[in-house]
Design a binder for this molecule. Sequence first.
Ligand code: BGC
Length: 728
Amino acid sequence: MNEKIVNLLAQMTIEEKIGQLIQVTGDFFQDGRSEITGPLGQNNQLSDELKYTIGSVLGTSGADDVSEIQKNYLARSRLKIPLLFMADIIHGYKTIFPIPLGLAATFDPEMMRTAAQVSAAEAAAGGVKVTFAPMTDLVRDPRWGRVMESTGEDPHLNAVMAAAAVKGFQGELPIDATHIAATVKHFAGYGAPEGGREYNTVDISEWRFRDQYLGAYQAAIAAQAKLVMTSFNTLFGVPATGNHYLMQTILRGELKFNGVLISDWNAIAELLAHGTAQDIESAAKKALAAGVDIDMMAFAYAGLLAKVDQLSDDILALIDLAVQRVLNLKDELGLFDDPYIGISKEKEGEPSITFAHEQQALKAAEASVVLVKNAKRTLPIQATQRVFLTGPTANTGDLLGSWSWQGDVSQTETLCHQLNRHVDYLSYLPGVAYHEDISTDWAAIKQHVASADVVVVALGLPSSESGEATSLSNPALPSQQVAFLKKIQALGKPIVTVVVTGRPLILSTVAQLSDALLISFFPGTKGAEALTNILLGKTEPTGRLPMTCPQNVGQIPLYYNDYNTGRPNQTTDGSGENRYMSKYLDVSNAPLFPFGFGLGYADIAIKQAKLVQTTFSVDDDIAVEVTLSNDAEIAGTTVLQCYTHQQVGETVRPRKELKWFKRLEVDAKQQRQVTICVPVNTLTNVHSDLTTHVDPGTYDIMVGLDSEHLHRLTCEIQPGKEHSDADN
Ligand code: BGC
């Protein structure tokens, strides 16, 4: 702890200390101007004594508002400790990038880093110093609406993307005026609620938690994220926010996290509803003991103020520790030297800066769109073709997705507007709304279809139907949209369907009815332009699915990296003699579209894949030489992927695990050699005693352009020193 903080702490009263641990919305300082994301159990009145000791504010941004609150606060606060402003800057502040699931679909960590860095620069100018991102929760259930904020079902992709986001938000340390501190959330397991129902029980064994879930949080913490947020859910039977083992043993002990741990919204008070605390006072004490430094909007720590004389030495010591961490963060962010650091009204809205940021957002949006079907090369559309455009996402700016902060839907360009600028002939009729058939004049629609060469049907869900508290029991397009598509398809013209969504949807019928199908995870400010460029072949779709698309709702959770079972299903459908296998009678185990899948406009394939050597020791890298070919007349981009599988382990192993991926361009009519490199020390697995090792033995090394179609090679890992004793 530095001297400044030691001195400050020595001057603080217990009331001032507890104040630093309380976070409220900006509403408490300035009515009605902040973003409210959770239940408001309290009316927004605070006594002046408490108000001017409070440590941080959430949900307020904007150079003017932040400066005004800070100025008034400092004028009234005894020790002049600046307020710290935090907000959910998830995929952009003013310039909105694709939602995190879309950024994951780019399979490009550099893109994620750029998105975070641009978001940080804009938010910092608007006075925000901490973002509640990245969300690094592993998600395998598209019924959970918050999947939009995740990077999907794979531990490796999650880990790489989480680390990239932290680096983008924070920049080089110490964090400068144009960057902001990152918060890894939600620790831990928030992405696995039972049945996909928001805020529901999470029950993952500790073995599985360590094997699959912990890695991404760990990667983000290793990238030096300054904060961690607790999750709402229980883990190992205890709500995370009061879970001493999770926070003290795993987070602070094993992961060596020594930054600020903040509760999620009202999560300390929710220990009462969970039934693991008798009253608000014991909830506060449990959270403090677990190491939670900041109480977001629960007033549980504030409740301790009524009994300051009765607080034990242990509790007082915990409070001191929490205050130190909060003050440390303020110091690291430069707030003691300049409470207004980074705030810039000019930079907040400067057009040339915004233009540059939008170009980055365009690139990201283009790289995030996934083409999953392209029969008869329906795409790209020629600008000379006559296009009829219809559907609920055709003429709306609702392309930003949840958490789009200062992004303005009313100012966001629509697909209709963009397409109209670039094709010779476009006609448009809405046809169907999100949940309602509005094709009252069917004769007119028929006429438009008849005079078109191709029909673009833009379907999807509004952004209000993904994000927090938007679980769906059936993640599919509303029946009205599917019925409308069926009617259009019956008219016999080539159909290009675009689906704008915050989550993987069940698209079995939609895929059958469409000649070409594009999935766009809310693409952001430049989404319409990106989709237009892709539809017209100005750029190729290069996104790959960061989550499996199931055939039907009953298959959920369906993910590519499931564990071996004793009765693996070999048949490709539910029927057949092989009845006593792990399968359904009414649907195969196969996904509609697998993880890692996506098509482009070129014709890229793997010609050959070979291991440079077949025996390795623990310190080696496994090198695979791959030859890619492109038979098309145009250059193209693909995502080369490498998966591994440990043939025999003490515990069961996933059938495949992504360990390496890279976006690669291949020139027209050319071949390209690439060397994949998988460090042997990444082949770890968790044993039944919860220790993590790389085991010696035989491993499959699988190379492909998605998770299903793979070239399989095998290699041997020789025992390392730590194994020779244990194994004998
Ligand atoms: C969410 C968090 C978010 C917080 C503050 C909560 O409801 O779960 O992810 O950071 O609100 O807005």
